[in-house]
Design a protein. Structure first.
Length: 408
């Protein structure tokens, strides 16, 4: 069990001054100067947008919202943490007709945590519209889902396996679903999910709109695009922006020195919140135990935990009940916790895609972040290859790290 004893003043400190907007990176500040009113959205939706704290559209929102409102298919590539979720939820909510008791929009995501987070954004943005949002994921009560489907549902946020099960049982009726959004599309089109996705599409309205959003697009996405998308509008905001705002370092260590090195980082860095990644479930639990023994507050999360436990850890970490989270790659996709300013790869990832998604947990929505990689002798070739593939530089860690690089 993770240790949840975090000082109360730490929790409150997360809710203190927002980060200095002058320190936000241009992947969220370099806009065309549009306002949300420019898209002729319903007044009730605008109320939800402004109450959520959004002031002006980010670049991905500027590119995506007006096109999505026309009903055209979209293939959008943008860095994690730049406002992708609102880029597709705003046009989806705008197009819902609340006078009809039918599922009209569906958002597919690869993990339960992301489903819960995305559904919450939908509910907050659409609270004045009367749009009914349902979230359904594997590992939860099928009976509860069946009961919920007897009431009004306009938007479904789901993981693919569960919603396909409901559709095949004719419990979730998708024939009037005209907008299908796939977030973290690269993961959804991996061999694990793609056959399920293709079956699901056949349950949707033949005149459906399909919108794909991701930070990376492997070749599987190209094949899917050619088969299912009709002249999609391509948005690519990733050139030169892949890891903007995140300062990356490596520390060359022996395996047995890693915990000591981590302890040193904790004592020297000004951490708002950190996520520490390991390459296996066992190492996640062992490291969380070590960190707790060192006297630091620490949670852990991985795919083999009970879903109720995962939900509690995610909720408590997001609410600032703990400073550090040890995680497997379960937690790399789309999880948006703006207080996270430090990511530590306790185990270095095997490929550039995983590295990109892990490091993207810091520097959310244009704020600055820090990534520290603990590199063993066996990792040296992976380090070089990932630098080359991402066109980035991971520098040797200096004796002291300037706080201005990753703190407001």
């Amino acid at each position: 069990m993770p240790n949840s004893s975090a000082p109360q003043d730490w929790k409150n400190s997360l809710k203190l001054p927002p980060r200095d907007p002058r320190q936000r990176t241009e992947d969220v500040t370099k806009t065309k100067g549009n306002d949300f009113e420019d898209y002729l959205l319903k007044r009730e939706l605008l109320m939800g947008i402004y109450e959520k704290g959004f002031e002006k559209p980010s670049p991905i929102q500027e590119e995506s919202i007006p096109i999505a409102l026309t009903g055209r298919d979209i293939l959008a590539r943008a860095k994690n943490g730049t406002g992708k979720t609102a880029a597709f939820t705003i046009p989806l909510l705008e197009r819902i007709d609340t006078s009809k008791n039918e599922i009209q929009g569906m958002i597919l995501v690869p993990t339960r945590e992301l489903a819960l987070q995305t559904s919450q954004v939908c509910k907050e943005l659409g609270k004045h519209l009367g749009v009914e949002v349902m979230v359904t994921t594997g590992g939860t009560s099928l009976r509860d889902d069946i009961m919920r489907l007897h009431a009004v549902v306009h938007v479904m946020v789901a993981t693919p396996g569960r919603i396909l099960d409901l559709a095949m049982k004719d419990l979730a009726k998708l024939k009037n679903c005209t907008m299908l959004v796939m977030d973290e599309a690269d993961k959804l089109l991996s061999p694990e999910f793609q056959p399920i996705i293709e079956q699901l599409i056949n349950f949707c309205n033949p005149q459906r709109q399909i919108c794909l959003y991701s930070a990376t697009f492997p070749v599987t996405v190209k094949q899917f695009k050619e088969k299912f998308l009709k002249k999609p509008y391509i948005i690519n905001l990733m050139e030169e922006l892949t890891l903007k705002g995140v300062t990356q370092y490596y520390a060359f260590v022996e395996e047995k020195q890693k915990v000591h090195c981590l302890n040193t980082l904790f004592s020297k860095l000004q951490i708002n919140q950190s996520i520490i990644f390991c390459n296996s479930v066992n190492r996640v639990e062992l490291l969380a135990k070590k960190i707790t023994e060192l006297g630091y507050s620490c949670f852990y999360i991985h795919a083999k935990m009970m879903q109720s436990h995962r939900n509690r850890v995610f909720h408590d970490f997001r609410n600032g009940n703990c400073r550090n989270l040890v995680s497997s790659d379960l937690f790399t996709r789309g999880i948006d916790i703006q207080a996270v300013n430090v990511v530590i790869n306790f185990d270095f990832p095997k490929n550039s895609e995983t590295y990109l998604h892990r490091v993207g947990r810091s520097g959310r929505f244009g704020h600055l972040g820090l990534a520290v990689n603990l590199i063993t002798y066996d990792d040296r070739f992976n380090l070089f290859r990932i630098e080359q593939e991402l066109g980035t530089e991971i520098k040797p860690i200096p004796p002291t790290i300037e706080k201005s690089l990753y703190c407001a």
